[in-house]
Design a protein around this ligand. Structure first.
Ligand code: D41
Length: 669
């Protein structure tokens, strides 16, 4: 029986769930915790199970995927989906602007700049506000019907928001997968020993082409709208006269729209391009360029089209981050911690703005999985400042007689045994500082900018010094004589004296730099700072127990263990003593007494009114507290905002002290 109560509750839940999706995907401001979302979804599913007659086509429960199809059917687009012309350099971009200005007889054109998503173009048809069809772009005239799959994407509204929605309305956009979703997917694929995706675009495209939409539902795809094909608006709604107005309108319909910028003239466009190119690697999804569109619809109409591409828009592509090249050799490098990393020597290739000659192959498992061999043609990727990597072998181009690569059984540098820790993919040389590669790397790290910052002491020079037996460890650096340096290759008298003074200058340092410079495993510069601030002086850290170390803000059991092990080794103690004797010094750090929450473990759940969650976390960390993601018996306090999730319940069960926002604020005071 359908009770009025169920009818009302289902309506309320659908409204709340749809709003949560809009907050998350359109406004980028999640308002409720995931657990709360899941709980509402479960409740709605339960109601619909009890009263199936209440299920509507646009109910959020209908996103979970439908029965598999045998094949996709073809659909003809209501209005053909055009393609975009490209510009690859400033000259081509300038020529575009010139053409536009000439045709429109105007000195300066108003453009809209938007990011060019590297995903899969798609068309969504809404009739009377309800999503009725989704189709891939295909050849622009006909595409494939992927409605079932599109319905599983949480960012795609099943029903448009707002009172006056158009009768028939077709919106175009791009399906993408965020890096986070991509990494998660590949982890899952790896665990299941299934296909690993090369990049988010392939993963997004592959996920949209699933005949079984339950798989698509599991893939966490995103959607961004960027243009409209068909818009049958009612008489009352106001005329839309520009692209930027249209995008605002799309947003009010509940469609996710990317950030755009209205740009006046070519110069502003070129600046926008450079800015986005710099920001490119900090985004959570891939973009391969920017798109410029004339903002004014009337001007767009005047410009018209050439062979299926509008003359009023252009994609200005970024330099590619992936290129093809050949593997000339595979070598094994030994790092500072002894980790053996296979590295591909490549036929030089220009990618990501630089010429790349080496690319990491990560570890043995990766090399096996990708089956990279000498002579192979491979796709290399260099994104931002990240170390270039080999993504994939182009198997069709593999020459005959290649042999699979084998990791050496001994360290290629010092011939020591190789060890592989349980559960780790990395294999290490067991030689420690006996291994000259580890010596060199340890000294390079010690001299680096964020460590002791020894100006002029570069990698090649350190290699020479170790090779010639002039130094064995970092403390030997301070015993070097100018005459010894001057005898080295490519070393003039002047630079030798510069290095000696740089060494002397580096002796005055800070505790956190010194700790970082020691190269303790897993102790990066941030951890070194936490340690310095927490303990204040070196001997306190040297004698700290595992438990005492774990009290430090970002130190967990593994890092704590590495620290204890490091200081327990006699040769490390010797090196430290020698450094101090050589005159390395710093001022001890004043340990802030105001750490009243030291060692206390907090969990935050729900939405706080006055403060962002990250802000709360930073305040707590500053007071010495730890912030954890889950409630356990060890938790001291749970801060509960509005709409809390299951964590609040668990806290109650475990009788952990619960603070509301006011309680938390008074605790801060
Ligand atoms: O982000 C994109 N990939 C993107 C693609 C975009 N931001 N705008 C686009 N605008 C158009 C026109 C101007 C034709 C409406 C496009 C595309 N087209 C497009 N995507 C794939 C083919 C064409």
């Amino acid at each position: 029986m359908t009770s009025q109560e169920n009818i009302d509750r289902a309506r309320v839940l659908r409204r709340k769930i749809n709003q949560a999706n809009i907050d998350y995907y359109v406004l980028d401001e999640p308002a409720i915790p995931d657990a709360e979302y899941d709980r509402m979804m479960q409740e709605l599913i339960a109601i619909e199970d009890e009263c199936p007659e209440l299920i509507t086509k646009d109910s959020p429960t209908q996103r979970v995927g439908a029965r598999p199809l045998d094949s996709f059917s073809e659909v003809k687009h209501v209005v053909p989906m055009l393609s975009l012309s490209n510009a690859f350099d400033e000259e081509e971009m300038t020529a575009f602007d010139h053409r536009v200005r000439e045709m429109l007889e105007q000195d300066q054109i108003e453009y809209v700049g938007e990011t060019k998503f590297d995903g899969l173009a798609i068309s969504l048809l809404y009739e009377d506000g309800v999503l009725t069809r989704a189709a891939t772009r295909g050849d622009g005239v006909t595409g494939e019907d992927v409605t079932q799959n599109a319905r599983t994407i949480r960012g795609i509204p099943l029903r448009l928001q707002g009172k006056s929605t158009p009768k028939r309305f077709e919106v175009r956009g791009e399906i993408v997968m965020t890096h986070q979703a991509f990494d998660k997917l590949n982890e899952k694929q790896k665990a299941k020993e299934e296909k690993i995706f090369v990049n988010p675009r392939n993963a997004a495209a592959g996920s949209m082409r699933q005949l079984d939409s339950r798989i698509t539902a599991d893939r966490q795809l995103s959607f961004f709208a960027y243009s409209v094909g068909l818009f049958e608006k009612d008489e009352q709604s106001p005329e839309i006269t520009s692209h930027s107005e249209m995008l605002v309108r799309l947003k009010t319909f509940g469609l996710p729209v990317s950030e755009i910028m209205v740009l006046k003239g070519l110069k502003a466009c070129l600046l926008y391009y450079r800015t986005m190119n710099n920001l490119r690697n900090s985004l959570d999804y891939d973009i391969d360029g920017v798109v410029f569109k004339i903002n004014d619809f009337k001007q767009q109409e005047i410009m018209g089209f050439v062979s299926r591409a509008p003359r009023w828009a252009i994609a200005y592509k970024f330099p590619p981050e992936e290129e093809l090249t050949q593997v000339l050799d595979i070598e094994v490098q030994v790092g500072r911690t002894g980790a053996l990393t296979p590295v591909a020597r490549l036929e030089p290739v220009f990618v990501g703005g630089v010429t790349v000659t080496n690319a990491t192959l990560h570890n043995e498992d990766e090399i096996k999985r990708k089956d990279v061999r000498v002579g192979d043609t491979v796709i290399v990727r260099r994104a931002g400042d990240v170390i270039p990597e080999v993504l994939k072998v182009v198997m069709e181009k593999r020459p005959d007689n290649t042999r699979p690569f084998k990791m050496p059984a001994k360290c290629p540098i010092c011939d020591s045994d190789i060890e592989r820790e349980e559960g780790e993919t990395v294999i290490r040389c067991s030689g420690g500082l006996y291994c000259s590669a580890q010596q060199v790397q340890a000294i390079i790290h010690f001299a680096s900018r964020r460590a002791m910052d020894i100006d002029g002491l570069g990698d090649k020079l350190i290699e020479q010094l170790v090779e010639k037996g002039l130094i064995n460890n970092v403390s030997d650096l301070y015993g070097l004589q100018q005459t010894q340096l001057a005898c080295l290759e490519r070393m003039a008298e002047k630079s030798a004296s510069n290095i000696i003074s740089a060494l002397n200058n580096s002796k005055k340092t800070t505790l956190d730099r010194f700790l970082y410079a020691l190269g303790i495993r897993e102790v990066g510069d941030a951890t070194a700072r936490s340690l310095a601030n927490h303990f204040g002086n070196l001997s306190a850290i040297q004698s700290a127990t595992q438990e005492a170390l774990e009290d430090v803000a970002d130190v967990g059991p593994i890092v704590a263990k590495h620290i204890v092990t490091f200081f327990s080794q006699t040769h490390n103690q010797e090196v430290i003593n020698n450094l101090l004797t050589a005159g390395v010094h710093w001022s001890d750090v004043e340990v802030k007494a105001e750490q009243p929450l030291r060692g206390k473990i907090f969990v935050i759940t729900g939405t706080l009114k006055g403060m962002k969650r990250e802000e709360v976390k930073q305040r707590l960390l500053a007071l010495g507290a730890k912030v954890s993601g889950s409630v356990s018996k060890k938790t001291d306090y749970v801060i509960v905002g509005s709409d809390p999730g299951s964590k609040a319940e668990k806290a109650r069960k475990l009788e952990v002290e619960i603070l509301d926002e006011a309680g938390f604020l008074s605790l801060l005071e």
